[in-house]
Design a protein around this ligand. Structure first.
Ligand code: ZN
Length: 128
């Protein structure tokens, strides 16, 4: 007999492995502000996504802080929530140069850079 997991378990497994939702600006809602950046929430998020131009999914970030090490512009700052969890907070997202080093180095795919160049505008216009 093959092992068949109830749907609930399978959904949880999928959610745990989810990289950041790159369409969060369209499908998530701004729920508030943290320092100088927005916090976005979806129906299933808990901590949500911090930042808009440089977005970090706090539910996926494990606080390895590799992004802080590689970022040439010090966009990220270590942040600790009330429960003692460490997160990389995009406190200076406007300084981002689109080098994408943080995206590449993040082991959880928790970071999404919304590029400032017109390229992404063209792309989203094509997709719309
Ligand atoms: Zn934040």
């Amino acid at each position: 007999m093959p092992l068949i997991l109830p749907d609930v378990f399978q959904q949880e497994i999928v959610m745990l492995k989810m990289p950041i939702d790159r369409n969060f600006q369209k499908t998530w809602k701004k729920s508030g502000q943290h320092r100088d950046h927005a916090i976005w929430q979806s129906e299933t998020s808990q901590l949500g996504i911090h930042g808009t131009r440089v977005a970090v999914d706090f539910d996926e970030c494990t606080g390895c802080l590799k992004c802080i090490t590689v970022c040439p512009e010090d966009v990220f700052e270590q942040w600790e929530d009330e429960s003692g969890q460490i997160k990389a907070d995009p406190v200076r997202e406007t300084a981002c140069l689109d080098c994408l080093a943080c995206e590449l180095v993040c082991p959880e795919d928790a970071i999404c850079i919304i590029q400032a160049s017109t390229k992404s505008d063209t792309l989203s216009a094509l997709l719309d």
